[in-house]
Design a protein around this ligand. Structure first.
Ligand code: ACO
Length: 374
């Protein structure tokens, strides 16, 4: 194998055949199971789109009852896991907590567990893990799940103890984050699944991969950047400084989208609509950042991605920035599990190669430099 054969970062390499979602990076389109994302966020809700992604078609009434009841009945965590969470360091990052608790849940399950039922079970529990950690970390009493509330309402209720007016918008933001083809975390988790490992290992892999700032972790970094800029007047100098120092601007660029990410467009529109009625912190700075970055990178087709405006929305909803990526995971688990199970139907272990460029034919020497078998 030669160096020229290398596809750095697997760019352009197809690793699976999938009917789950379609991304048109030139036109800026995202389609789940044949439905455009704009159509789904306008007309649907979390449970329905999750069903669509897992089962391949929108649910009828019975199927809707089934998915709603599965997702609402499985929300509770084993009490001793909750007790262990109380012992976690209070500064533990929420993504580290989520990754660890998902892994711990694997100890409570039988080994042969990569079933759709277990995927739904884990999807139901993730909001509980996030909300419990928010309450524990802030020395607040835990709020247990409420079966009569839907998936996203119940999460916000467990976090804040009330149903905020923005819960519908939050639900739609989850739909936007649910699925996106063979992205880094989906690929990583599909690799784990391809070894026939269990679903908890698959999702632990995915969470660890999503956490990175080049992937889902960018939403937290975007808010950090906007806080650091602090003043719309400082935007051009701040961005030019990053460019001079060859630093990535968080929330911009994408491997597949070479035009505006449709999810960023929708999120920006929502924030714009809210800001027509009330002040949305950092929105004016963000719009200026977008303006400057798009101008500076007009030859490279770099536009805002999904992580650029999502944090502004979550921040407006009162969600602390270190929790942003857990919200992403809460939605993306649907895509992760759908891909892991789809790949299993025609499973083959992933085993690519690396091109060796190190030394060969060295002879073993002892610590004094004397060749042993010379
Ligand atoms: N800021 C500055 N320059 C950028 C950015 C950016 N955000 N994104 C790409 N570029 C430049 C690169 O420097 C590179 O320039 P060069 O050809 O002169 O060397 C060129 O555009 C191509 O960039 P790559 O990093 O090679 O693109 P790749 O497809 O490997 O990476 C990625 C995509 C990781 C998303 C990248 O754009 C990036 O780091 N963005 C910032 C982090 C981010 O927002 N991540 C979230 C992505 S969305 C998601 O995962 C949910």
């Amino acid at each position: 194998m030669k160096k020229e054969d290398l596809k750095h970062g697997l760019e352009g390499v197809a690793v699976a055949i999938s009917s789950i979602s379609y991304v048109d990076g030139e036109k800026g389109k995202l389609v789940y199971r044949g439905f455009e994302i704009e159509d789904l966020v306008e007309n649907s809700y979390f449970e329905e789109v999750a069903y669509l992604i897992w089962f391949g078609s929108l649910p009828n009434e019975n199927e809707e009852d089934f998915i709603k009841s599965m997702l609402s009945k499985k929300r509770n965590l084993p009490e001793n896991i909750v007790e262990m969470m109380r012992l976690f360091p209070e500064n533990a990052h929420p993504m580290a907590v989520l990754r660890s608790v998902v892994s711990m849940l694997g100890m409570y399950s039988k080994e042969d567990n990569s079933t759709l039922e277990n995927a739904i079970n884990l999807t139901a529990k993730i909001p509980t893990i996030i909300a419990y950690w928010y309450r524990i970390k802030n020395n607040l009493p835990i709020i247990y799940p409420e079966e009569h509330l839907n998936h996203s309402e119940n999460f916000l209720y467990m976090m804040f103890g009330e149903l905020p007016e923005y819960s519908k918008c939050f639900d739609k933001a989850l739909i936007l984050h649910m699925e996106q083809g063979m992205n880094a975390s989906t690929f990583a988790s599909t690799v784990t699944s391809s070894t026939l490992s269990d679903i908890y290992s698959v999702i632990t892999t995915a969470i660890g991969t999503l956490k990175g700032p080049l992937h889902g972790g960018a939403n937290e970094k975007v808010l950090e950047m906007l806080e650091e800029i602090g003043d719309i007047e400082k935007v051009p100098e701040y961005i030019d400084n990053l460019i001079r120092n060859k630093k990535k601007i968080m929330g911009f660029g994408h491997r597949i989208y070479k035009t505006y990410d449709p999810r960023a467009r929708i999120l920006k529109k929502w924030v714009q609509e809210i800001s027509a009625h009330e002040k949305v912190d950092f929105f004016d700075i963000a719009v200026k950042v977008e303006d400057v970055v798009v101008k500076r990178f007009k030859d490279k087709n770099i536009y805002p991605n999904v992580d650029f405006y999502s944090g502004i929305l979550y921040n407006h909803f009162g969600i602390p920035k270190e929790f942003f990526t857990t919200i992403f995971a809460m939605a993306r688990i649907v895509g992760w599990t759908a891909h892991a199970m789809e790949y299993r139907k025609n499973n083959r272990i992933f085993r690519p190669r690396s091109i060796y460029n190190g030394p060969k034919d060295l002879k073993y020497k002892d610590m004094k430099g004397v060749e042993i078998n010379g």
